[in-house]
Design a protein around this ligand. Structure first.
Ligand code: NAP
Length: 256
């Protein structure tokens, strides 16, 4: 009998939050290429633009992939999304909590709304999805990957909201790894460094060049670098890895 690839996700159902673009879309498409049925979560907007984006991602995924609406900062949305998945697919095998926002401002100028909205999406969104997973949305032996950030490990200027939200994701992942271990569910974080996506493309070229000089591998990362890390952490090959923070940052930060 031919050995099964650890990256064969045939028969698995995967939810990727914030998958209408960027890293989330890349992860969704990769899981689909490896056989999973993928649910492409998007943040609904009145004009329906994000639904169209998510449907385009789902179409590229194929294999029964579907776009699924839900604002991860809203408990009712996350509950409705997970209930719909349970009704249609019986549950999830893979949860990638990827949705995240940036609202940078120096500490002196940051409003309560700028602080709270980032915490609510970046940390609250991961919490709500993980809580749903703990309440039974994720099947025994399931996998969770949450997107943290190097910002949560080192703290960047202007990110008094974003950096703590990502630091707290790292702590939350460790708590969930302990709590879900009895169901043989693994919970890990990926901490990307500087990755080229829409979230970062607004940065001035000189800043991109300067930051690249501080990266031992000498360049920014690509979406594919994060995609490969997510595939590995959700693979059968990673069955004994939980509560881990996988740095994908070209060596920019080497600690935990
Ligand atoms: P991105 O291109 O801005 O994509 C973020 C995605 O999250 C978008 O699809 C966005 O939808 C969605 N989203 C935002 N708020 C949401 C909500 N309330 N509910 C559901 N979805 C929501 O960002 P990215 O660069 O791919 O980043 C993905 C993750 O990696 C984030 O958690 C980010 O913090 C983390 N990360 C990125 C980098 C980097 O260099 N790019 C570095 C470290 C960590 P809309 O399109 O509707 O806004």
């Amino acid at each position: 009998m031919a050995p099964t690839s650890p990256f064969d996700f045939t028969g698995k159902t995967a939810l990727v939050t914030g998958a209408s673009r960027g890293i989330g879309a890349g992860i969704a498409e990769a899981f689909a290429r490896h056989g999973a049925t993928v649910l492409v979560n998007y943040l609904p907007d009145p004009a329906g633009a994000m639904r169209a984006e998510a449907e385009a991602v789902a179409a590229r995924c194929g294999g029964g992939a579907e776009a699924i609406a839900g604002d991860v900062s809203k408990t009712a949305d996350v509950s409705a999304m997970l209930d719909a998945i349970k009704a249609k697919h019986g549950g999830l095998d893979i949860l990638v909590a990827n949705a995240g926002i940036l609202r940078d401002r120096s500490l002196a100028k940051m409003s309560d709304d700028e602080f709270e909205s980032v915490l609510d999406v970046n940390l609250g969104g991961v919490f709500r999805c993980l809580r749903g997973a703990a309440q039974g949305a994720l099947r025994e032996g399931g996998r969770v990957v949450a997107l943290a950030s190097v910002a949560g490990q080192v703290g960047f200027f202007g990110q008094a909201n974003y950096a703590p939200s990502k630091a707290a994701v790292i702590a939350l992942v460790k708590v969930a790894a302990r709590e879900l271990a009895r169901k043989k569910i693994t919970v890990n974080a990926i901490a990307p460094g500087f990755i080229r996506t829409a979230m970062t493309e607004t940065m001035p070229p000189e800043v991109i060049e300067k930051t690249a000089e501080q990266v031992p591998l000498g360049e920014w990362g690509e979406v594919a670098d994060i995609v490969h890390a997510a595939l590995f952490l959700c693979s059968s090959g990673a069955r004994y890895i939980t509560g881990h923070v996988l740095n994908v940052n070209g060596g920019f930060h080497m600690g935990t």
